[in-house]
Design a protein around this ligand. Structure first.
Ligand SMILES: NC(=O)c1ccc[n+]([C@@H]2O[C@H](COP(=O)([O-])OP(=O)(O)OC[C@H]3O[C@@H](n4cnc5c(N)ncnc54)[C@H](OP(=O)(O)O)[C@@H]3O)[C@@H](O)[C@H]2O)c1
Length: 432
């Protein structure tokens, strides 16, 4: 039994994650930090609705709807924010930091949108702001990047960090079902929200990638600097054709050093079936890190769910209970010149185009003319399905590495060709 003074914990939120954290604390996991560490004791938990049934039973008087009763309680030394959203999470975290309390959050949205202010505030007040659960649920990734890998220059991060979209894409690939159909199934199973925007349009992945970029490269990546595309527009043909060509489609979140800066992007990508990332299916998450000393690393696991996420939150809490560790992002405070964010226009990779074309002679020559003029070299052209009634055919073009800006210009010009009924897909092929 520890003789150290207990450290009071205040929870902001008692939903999926909050309940699992409360359960872990009640079960005594707050005393696992080792000799000399302060035992963690749950004092208060903030909710909106006192009547709502809870997944965890807490002693009378612990649950409250009064934020001040948690944030301003002098017996509470660390605040765990598991409410989600930008506000009032930002105000509550700021107030807790102001009051000299350490904070732990699982909230990637507030970190993406208000991270600059929160980290600066925490550093100024000399308190810790830890957030392992904000990316990849139970996967330890923030800790390794901010401590074990500090001696490295991180060159690249590539990740699948949204379980909902990975579940949908896996189903679309395996069952050749439409996006709408799979989304409905995912909603019925609780894998997708009633309003799926944050997941399927890539916002959630962009928030998490912003958090990773800060930790790995020491730069702030605001949402508007992240190239973001979701998976809503993907059609079943892409999965069939990608498989024929040896690829799987994933929603990729990537941040890589290029052109003297960091390029940060979220978009569906063709991943070669020969690499491990192509096999990360369903709701699993993965983060692939490349450091200059350590080489490539691979962190895979359950990216959401109450217990894995509580594992990450508890890890942060126990670190605080132990009292060790750095107080601010070590990479951000290095003397090296700050990295700039690089525009997506400069990105270079192979591209996959699917064009629905009129089935008549001379079509390819017109398309090839545009691509050639814009220095986009064709690697292969395959005529896939034809629709004899409409006299149309799917033309799939794979390119050699090309520059994004030229590709977007080519797409605009191809769209205007009378022989092209539709540019059905333009997908980037991830290079390995
Ligand atoms: N769920 C996951 O698997 C997972 C994984 C990783 C990270 N996260 C992150 O963890 C955070 C929490 O997620 P969650 O799934 O646990 O959410 P949730 O189930 O919706 O729980 C949110 C909790 O916060 C409370 N709350 C929300 N707004 C409030 C307000 N204005 N005042 C007082 N209480 C408020 C809610 O109270 P009521 O219960 O009274 O409504 C609820 O207890 C989010 O940032 C999420 O992105 C979640």
């Amino acid at each position: 039994m520890s003789t150290a003074r207990p450290l009071g914990v205040g929870l902001l939120g008692l939903g999926v994650v909050g309940s699992a954290v409360a359960e872990a604390l009640v079960a005594g996991r707050g005393q696992l930090a080792g000799e000399g560490a302060r035992p963690l004791v749950l004092k208060r938990a903030l909710v909106r609705d006192l009547i709502r049934p809870r997944l965890v039973t807490l002693p009378d008087g612990v649950v409250t709807t009064d934020p001040a009763a948690v944030i301003d309680d002098p017996q509470i030394g660390v605040i765990v924010e598991v409410m989600g959203g930008e506000q009032p999470a930002f105000d509550y975290l700021s107030r807790a930091i102001d009051g000299g309390k350490h904070v732990v959050t699982a909230n990637k949205e507030v970190l993406c949108k208000k991270g600059d202010a929160l980290f600066a505030h925490a550093a100024k007040r000399g308190v810790r702001l830890l957030h392992e659960a904000s990316v990849g649920g139970g996967i330890p990734i923030i800790g390794p990047l901010s401590s074990d890998l500090l001696a490295n220059q991180i060159n690249s991060i590539r990740a699948i960090i949204n379980g909902t979209t990975n579940y949908i894409l896996t189903k679309m690939a395996n069952e050749r079902a439409s996006f709408d159909q799979v989304l409905k199934e995912a909603q019925a199973l609780g894998y997708a929200e009633a309003d799926p925007t944050a997941d399927v349009d890539g916002w959630d992945a962009a928030y998490k990638l912003s958090v990773l970029t800060r930790v790995a490269f020491g730069v702030s990546a605001p949402l508007d600097a992240i190239h973001r595309e979701g998976i809503r527009g993907l059609e079943t043909q892409e999965f069939r054709y990608a498989a024929t060509l040896g690829y799987t489609i994933k929603l990729l979140a990537a941040a890589r050093r290029e052109q003297g800066g960091v390029l940060v992007r979220v978009h569906p990508a063709l991943i070669p079936n020969s690499v491990p990332m192509a096999k990360v299916d369903g709701v699993l998450n993965v983060v692939e890190v490349e450091g200059d000393l350590v080489g490539p690393l691979w962190f895979q696991g359950r990216g959401a769910g109450p217990k894995p996420t509580a594992s990450a939150v508890m890890g942060d809490l126990l670190r605080i209970a132990r009292g060790a560790e750095i107080r601010k992002n070590a990479r951000a405070s290095r003397p090296a010149p700050a990295l700039q964010l690089v525009s997506m226009d400069a990105h270079e990779c192979k591209y996959y185009f699917r064009l629905v074309c009129k089935d008549r002679p001379g079509v390819l020559a017109q398309i090839a003319g545009i691509l050639g003029r814009l220095q986009i070299s064709i690697a292969s052209v395959i005529q896939m399905d034809t629709n004899p009634d409409r006299r149309e055919a799917d033309l799939v073009i794979m390119t050699h590495p090309s520059v994004e800006k030229s590709v977007q210009q080519a797409v605009r010009e191809i769209r205007d060709l009378g022989v092209v009924a539709r540019v059905a897909a333009v997908l980037r092929v991830e290079g390995y």
